[in-house]
Write a protein that binds this ligand. Structure first.
Ligand SMILES: [Zn+2]
Length: 392
């Protein structure tokens, strides 16, 4: 019985793979002519007013002209000259740029270069990034721990049952016994959950909302919380945030990770027999400064972002952020190393000052209180080179 789910998933995978090959072949011969990889276009698409560049390899063998054609009737909408041939050290190719920025009309197109061939189809439109965004967000949803997940009929086979429904404290955490264990996203290919990793991913999603709310609020993700009145991106981020908050101890410190003692085998998450455990540093104070400061930063952003949708949850986050900040002040550099017997991802860091700087900035943005501003002003100079944009 135990093998049945994995053989089912293998079959689903095989089916998906054959379907993928079929789709690839169908796309390749769409329009009657095979697409060539010698012409590189952005298949995610181009915004109408954005610069639009395709790169053409085999540059020396063609006459220097390119055409942009509509997929619907192969009509030419723009002609241009390829730029000078340049060597690209990253790929080893000699390439010429086809600049078709002047084309702004939304639609579906391909590029043809006489002597080289035709490109894959691409889109110009104001919503070209919506699909990439939806897929990225479904990626987070697919990693949900503690719940049944199903990506729906568009992605057959991409589902799992509720997993890791029990948790416990590992002796390295300074506590013992069982604990609630719902929420969070599985990490990169293993079933562990790590505060520092999910700090930057959750923080980035909350920033995305702060920066692009007017656009994001209209894009449905088809997750279980869709239609509840809270924007989908905030519901998905909350799934991980709720777990992060449970990683905070009563004294404000935050444990580094919740994983098994070693990585699970290559099994579906609901078939992972290993205990999911809170792992600490192995000695007092057990929590780590980087994880604690990351929680402070993310919870401080959350206090701003969730306020219009759930004031109580926003206040809970602000309280957690303040407590975490205080703990990090009193324990400024407790470094996490995997204790003996633990071999899951360490995600160590020898210097938690930059995490504290991030926390100070976010707490200041949320509260406007002078103490956070003072800390930032006193400590940011060492990190200025990393904050500066790279030279163009
Ligand atoms: Zn899980």
């Amino acid at each position: 019985m135990g093998r049945e789910p994995s053989s089912l998933s293998e079959r689903s995978f095989s089916f998906a793979f054959v379907f993928f090959l079929f789709a690839l072949a169908a796309a390749r011969f769409a329009g009657g002519q095979a697409a060539t990889t010698e012409i590189k276009v952005d298949q995610v698409g181009y915004l109408p007013a954005a610069p639009k560049i395709a790169l053409v390899s085999q540059a020396r063998t063609n006459p220097g002209k390119f055409l942009v054609k509509r997929t619907s009737d192969n009509g030419v909408v723009l002609q241009g000259k390829l730029g000078a041939a340049l060597h690209d050290p990253n790929t080893g190719d000699d390439v010429q740029a086809a600049d078709f920025s002047a084309l702004r009309e939304p639609g579906r197109y391909y590029i043809e270069v006489p002597g080289v061939g035709r490109s894959w189809n691409f889109s110009i439109g104001s919503n070209v990034y919506s699909r990439a965004y939806q897929l990225a967000m479904l990626g987070f949803y697919g990693q949900r721990c503690g719940a049944q997940v199903d990506l729906g009929p568009e992605f057959p086979g991409y589902k799992h049952s509720a997993c890791h429904l029990k948790g416990e404290f590992h002796p390295t955490s300074g506590k013992s016994g069982e604990r609630d264990n719902l929420g969070g996203w599985h990490d990169a290919g293993d079933y562990g959950r790590y505060v520092v990793n999910s700090g930057i991913s959750t923080g980035s999603l909350l920033w995305a909302w702060e920066l692009y709310a007017p656009k994001l609020k209209n894009i449905q993700l088809r997750i279980p919380e869709s239609g509840t009145g809270t924007p989908d991106i905030l519901s998905e981020a909350r799934w991980n945030l709720e777990w992060m908050l449970t990683m905070q101890d009563d004294d404000g410190g935050v444990w580094q990770k919740q994983t098994s003692t070693h990585f699970a085998g290559f099994v579906m998450p609901e078939d992972d027999p290993l205990e999911s455990e809170i792992i600490g540093t192995g000695a007092a104070p057990y929590k780590s400064t980087c994880a604690t400061a990351d929680l402070a930063a993310v919870a401080a952003i959350a206090a701003r972002v969730y306020k219009p949708f759930d004031e109580k949850f926003a206040a809970k986050n602000l309280h957690a952020a303040r407590q975490a900040w205080l703990w990090a002040e009193n324990n400024p550099n407790v470094i996490f190393k995997n204790p003996p017997g633990i071999s899951t991802g360490e995600y160590g860091d020898n210097d938690c000052r930059d995490e504290r700087l991030w926390a100070a900035a976010e707490l200041w943005r949320t509260t406007g209180e002078a103490a956070y501003n003072d800390f930032f002003l006193k400590n940011y100079a060492d990190f200025q080179p990393k904050l500066d944009a790279p030279a163009a």
